[in-house]
Ligand binder design. Structure first.
Ligand code: FE2
Length: 277
């Protein structure tokens, strides 16, 4: 039976993320962990990506990569076993596509996986990219992060500031519709600076149902810049999952105790018409 129920969906819609305990059962965990340990390297390595389309599978077949092909089928099967597509469809309220499946290992060490940031922000901490086209605000992934090793606070866990996906969506919508002028908003610092511009603040506040959200976010996030506070850290055991909207503010802490192995499934809306969060 799927671990993804109505309550998980409501929590995800409201907070932008939800933790699912025992997302994989023991047998699934052993099998998936074996596959990912065998094929997945450090982030963005070409071997990390699992097949998700008929073409991907065909390519593996004609390249005689049968062992990899059967492993990829097992990884893809989780999508139907856990009803991930239906869940994502219910989340966005529209048809979705599986946009990525990958796994990667983060070696135990001292460097943070990623500091506080939002995805779909075109840029990075430097904010100096030349942007030709802005993405439609619905062009944003729901990420299903399956832990294949234990994580804890300060040891590879994911952290997410609740409800910030609602603010991120309105930033992207404002820029896309040319109601707001683009300025970098990838990092927490940039995100806060963007919101502190009066025109931006007023546009976003006007459209939020919760009129306190913006104000309280700006107050509460003020002390997070040092990256040390752990109030938004989410511990997880191997087999648990965290599902989150990548448009909210999140970070990945450094794995200080053990290597971190994860498997990720991404879904995003097929059509570009606005999703209301
Ligand atoms: Fe991210």
């Amino acid at each position: 039976m799927s671990a993804l129920d109505h309550n998980s969906l409501e929590e995800l819609k409201d907070n932008g993320f939800v933790k699912i305990k025992n997302f994989l059962n023991e047998e699934e965990l052993n099998s998936i962990k074996f596959i990912c340990s065998k094929y997945c390297k450090e982030k963005k390595h070409k071997d990390n990506y699992f097949s998700r389309t008929a073409l991907n599978f065909l390519f593996k077949a004609i390249s005689f990569k049968y062992s990899r092909l059967f492993s990829d089928l097992k990884v893809l099967k989780i999508v139907s076993t856990k009803k991930l597509e239906n869940f994502s469809k219910d989340y966005f309220g529209k048809n979705v596509e599986l946009s990525n499946i990958d796994g990667y290992i983060s070696k135990k060490g001292d460097s943070a996986i990623l500091p506080w940031h939002t995805d779909r922000a075109y840029s990075d901490e430097k904010g100096d990219k030349k942007i030709k086209n802005f993405l439609h605000p619905d062009d944003c992934n729901l990420k299903i992060f399956v832990y294949l090793s234990d994580v804890s606070s300060g040891n590879g866990c994911m952290s997410y500031i609740p409800k910030t996906h609602k603010i991120g969506f309105l930033i992207r919508q404002g820029i896309y519709t040319k109601k707001l002028d683009y300025s970098p908003y990838w990092s927490l610092n940039q995100f806060r600076s963007f919101l502190n511009i009066k025109k931006n603040y007023d546009y976003i506040e006007e459209q939020l149902n919760d009129k306190n959200l913006l104000k309280s976010f700006l107050v509460e996030s003020q002390s997070l810049e040092d990256n040390k506070k752990s109030i938004y850290d989410y511990e997880a055991k191997a087999g648990d999952a965290v599902i989150f909207n990548e448009g909210g503010i999140h970070r990945g802490s450094k794995p200080t105790i053990n290597d971190r192995l994860v498997l990720r499934y991404f879904f995003k809306p097929k059509e570009n018409s606005y999703t209301k969060f």
